[in-house]
Design a protein around this ligand. Structure first.
Ligand SMILES: Cc1cc2nc3c(=O)[nH]c(=O)nc-3n(C[C@H](O)[C@H](O)[C@H](O)COP(=O)(O)O)c2cc1C
Length: 334
């Protein structure tokens, strides 16, 4: 399938694996790129720019295909040295960067000077337009369903994507709630040039996380995510667990007076405990509502091949089949 995104990133299928803290290591990014999608290493999971350089080199050993690096600009207990991370990305020969969180405007000159294509993840039309205006090449439009930070507008993709299509000139992919061929075909109809998946890629054989995480995703339903940190305008969609219940209890007690320090134990340092140790009750870790659509743990290639084969079947048989013979003929002429 050819779209503006497959052309821009020189990939076979319009499927991107979004950056994921403690999941987006070389193993997963390499597997996604080898399967014809775009794999993304999560920059800040590497504690130093030197470690990121090593992770990029490891991914080059795993694939000859294009892959990218995610740089997330979120409020943190201590700000990472972004220019040094960008230097590691540049020196690693990376040509695609997924930015997220705050606007990447400050860093655009450095990224563009290195010939890097920037896809910025946005949860609103206004932020998408800002990304276009500051020179981003594409946008990942992230709906309210998404795992991670859905922003504060609570706008689901059914509205957000067509609105983005109405306003944007640069290509965009749909992010949040994407799981299968149905997601892909639906978002193509809404004007997207592909899709970005996070949660779905965690439940794959290659995702380098503890088996407990994959099993928890298969077991969970679409009702099992919770929104946390709304009071401090850092809303995150996470999988419910005992740590998250504690966090929500503190949030209820503190109300609008909540400070990040109040919930430090439930949000800081949680990822290694969950992803490496498999401690599923450690605290808040991102997970999308799409978890309700995850029923198996295939290899990345099986997942991507299945999505593309089913998408072709959906378009050719189901959608074309809905048209009468007469309209099919006129569709061909058009
Ligand atoms: C476990 C996990 C960790 C994530 N970490 C990051 C991150 O560090 N930076 C980022 O930009 N997005 C992060 N995301 C968001 C994903 O890149 C992607 O936008 C999101 O998962 C899409 O929604 P979905 O989960 O419904 O597919 C994370 C998502 C998950 C599930």
């Amino acid at each position: 399938m050819k779209t503006a995104i497959t052309e821009m990133f020189n990939i076979e299928h319009p499927i991107i694996q979004g950056g994921m803290h403690y999941v987006g290591f070389a193993e997963l990014a390499g597997a996604v790129s080898n399967a014809g999608g775009l794999g993304i290493i999560t920059g800040l999971t590497q504690r130093t720019p030197e470690l990121l350089a090593k992770e990029i080199a490891r991914c080059h050993d795993l694939t000859d295909k294009p892959f990218g690096v995610n740089l997330t600009f979120l409020p943190a207990f201590s700000a990472p040295p972004y220019p040094e991370y960008i230097a590691a990305i540049r020196q690693g020969g990376i040509k695609i960067v997924e930015t997220a969180g705050r606007s990447p405007e400050r860093y655009m000159p450095a990224l563009k000077a290195a010939g890097i294509k920037v896809i910025h993840k946005c949860t609103s039309v206004r932020h998408s337009l800002k990304a276009e205006q500051i020179g981003c090449d594409a946008v990942s439009v992230d709906g309210f369903e998404c795992g991670g930070h859905p922003g504060e507008d609570d706008m689901p993709n059914m509205i957000l994507l067509p609105r983005a299509a109405e306003e944007l000139k640069i290509p965009f992919v749909a992010s949040g709630g994407m799981a299968d061929a149905r997601s892909l075909v639906a978002v193509l109809a809404m004007g997207a040039a592909g899709m970005n998946m996070g949660t779905r890629f965690i439940a794959t054989k290659e995702a380098p996380v503890h088996d407990n995480v994959k099993k928890a995703l298969v077991a969970a339903s679409e009702l099992d995510t919770r929104l946390v940190m709304r009071a401090i305008r850092n809303t995150e969609r996470v999988l419910k667990n005992a740590g998250v219940e504690r966090l929500l209890e503190i949030e209820r007690e503190k109300g609008a007076k909540l400070k990040i320090e109040d919930i430090r134990d439930e949000v800081a340092g949680v990822y290694p405990k969950v992803m490496i140790d498999g401690d599923m009750d450690a605290g808040a870790w991102s997970c999308g509502m799409v978890v309700g659509l995850i029923h198996d743990i295939p290899t990345v290639k099986e997942l991507i091949d299945r999505i593309m084969a089913d998408a072709e079947h959906l378009i050719r048989d189901r959608l074309m089949g809905l048209l009468g013979t007469e309209s099919k003929a006129s569709l061909k002429v058009a």
